[in-house]
Design a protein around this ligand. Structure first.
Ligand code: FES
Ligand SMILES: [Fe+2]
Length: 397
């Protein structure tokens, strides 16, 4: 689709230096429509639901791609399908809850009824419909869907490469380990939070800030060990790091909350951030997917979904639940301060000029795909992917 929106020059003209990002990119509201067309409805895959979130026939989960409502359903045939959340008649949304279980999906407006597989199975007064009407033509519209490790992704474009190619092998390995490393998963629950910032301020988070912003890293005496940051040209980032935690932590009366109880391979920390906006983490024994839904140019709703392995002992299950509730999410010890910073970035970026990246930048005029573990320069290839998707010119040096 061709964008016909006129944009301010500050945003159209990207700085010649790769480590500078125009602040206006967080603040200019007219960008949102272009981001919908070029990114959210473009050639990107968006994870919607893990099978563990909808494990039984009839289970469904509602979500959004950009502004478009969709829902994933577990069919009677065991298949998970993702549909537009819109009745095939005049378009009313079919589900309004964020998740649930239904025998079938009835639209309240004129009572058209759809099966768990998306077929139209009933419609009152159909003998008075147009001569060409047939139920077969009015099933729910299914989105292009592919899965990885039982996590279902959708894309709005036929041109998007297959999921595995899009994800790249470099990301598939750490992501597979977050998603249980071949073990089945079980959903523990969700925490949902609204961050008062542009969606890009939320997702532009980096490894540089963690031990500096988050007080708990000091209080808990966490030491990042050996690790690496892997970045791809299409905007994905993966961190894979050792993490060591002291046996005794003076700041906590009961330090069992920060113990490793999982498999030996579960030690350490993995963070995978796939373009445009999803973050997957495995910190200690927490397995987490952060689905994120921008609410227009300002505001982003983040749903933290927490998982356990389905073969976990009751003790490990309780431990994972306790860690998830206390360490991650909106009130988590190691992420508590993020909400305030996202809003402060958004507010501060109303001032003119560019946001500047420094840590890890070797040559300001060259994009480097080789970065160290906690370099903020790892975010720059993602910004470059964003710039290209949006069609913004880069100024010449
Ligand atoms: S809009 Fe759904 S039945 Fe008419
Ligand atoms: Fe953080």
């Amino acid at each position: 689709m061709t964008a016909t929106i006129s944009l301010p020059d500050t945003v159209m003209e990207w700085p010649a230096k790769y480590n500078e990002i125009p602040k206006a990119v967080f603040e200019e509201p007219s960008l949102w429509r272009l981001e919908l067309e070029n990114i959210f409805y473009g050639e990107e895959w968006h994870p919607i639901a893990h099978r563990a979130e909808i494990p039984n026939p009839g289970d469904y989960k509602a979500a959004f791609i950009g502004e478009m409502p969709i829902f994933a359903v577990h069919g009677d045939d065991g298949k998970i399908r993702v549909f537009h959340n819109a009745c095939a008649h005049r378009g009313a949304t079919l589900v309004t809850d964020s998740a649930g279980n239904k025998a079938d999906f009835e639209c309240p407006y004129h009572r058209w009824l759809f099966s768990r597989e998306g077929s139209l199975v009933g419609c009152p007064n159909s003998h008075e419909f147009s001569p060409s009407f047939s139920k077969e033509k009015f099933g729910l519209k299914e989105l292009r869907t592919e899965s990885f490790s039982e996590l279902y992704f959708v894309t709005m474009s036929d041109k998007t490469p297959d999921l595995r190619t899009y994800m790249t092998e470099a990301v598939a390995d750490p992501l597979g380990r977050v998603l249980g490393n071949g073990h089945g998963l079980k959903l523990l629950g969700y925490q949902k939070v609204y961050y008062d910032c542009n969606w890009k301020a939320y997702v532009d988070n980096d490894g540089y800030h963690a031990p500096l912003l988050h007080l708990a890293f000091k209080l808990l005496g966490w030491q990042g060990g050996h690790g690496e940051q892997i970045i791809t040209q299409n905007g994905h980032i993966a961190f894979d790091s050792e993490l060591s935690i002291p046996k005794k932590i003076d700041a906590l009366q009961d330090s069992s909350i920060v113990q490793f109880l999982g498999d030996p391979d579960s030690k350490g920390s993995i963070v995978v951030s796939t373009f445009p906006i999803t973050v997957f983490t495995k910190h200690m024994d927490m397995l987490n997917i952060r689905y994120a839904f921008p609410k227009g140019p300002r505001g982003v709703e983040v749903h933290y979904a927490y998982f356990a392995r389905d073969d976990d002992s009751p003790e490990l299950l309780a431990h994972r639940t306790r860690q998830c509730s206390n360490l991650l999410g909106p009130s988590g010890l190691i992420s508590l301060e993020d909400a305030a910073i996202f809003t402060r970035i958004d507010l501060g970026n109303r001032s003119p000029g560019n946001a500047i990246f420094q840590k890890g930048v070797v040559d300001e005029y060259r994009l480097d795909l080789k970065v160290k573990q906690n370099d903020e320069s790892g975010n720059l290839p993602r910004w470059e992917h964003y710039r290209k998707r949006m069609g913004f010119r880069r100024a010449s040096a």
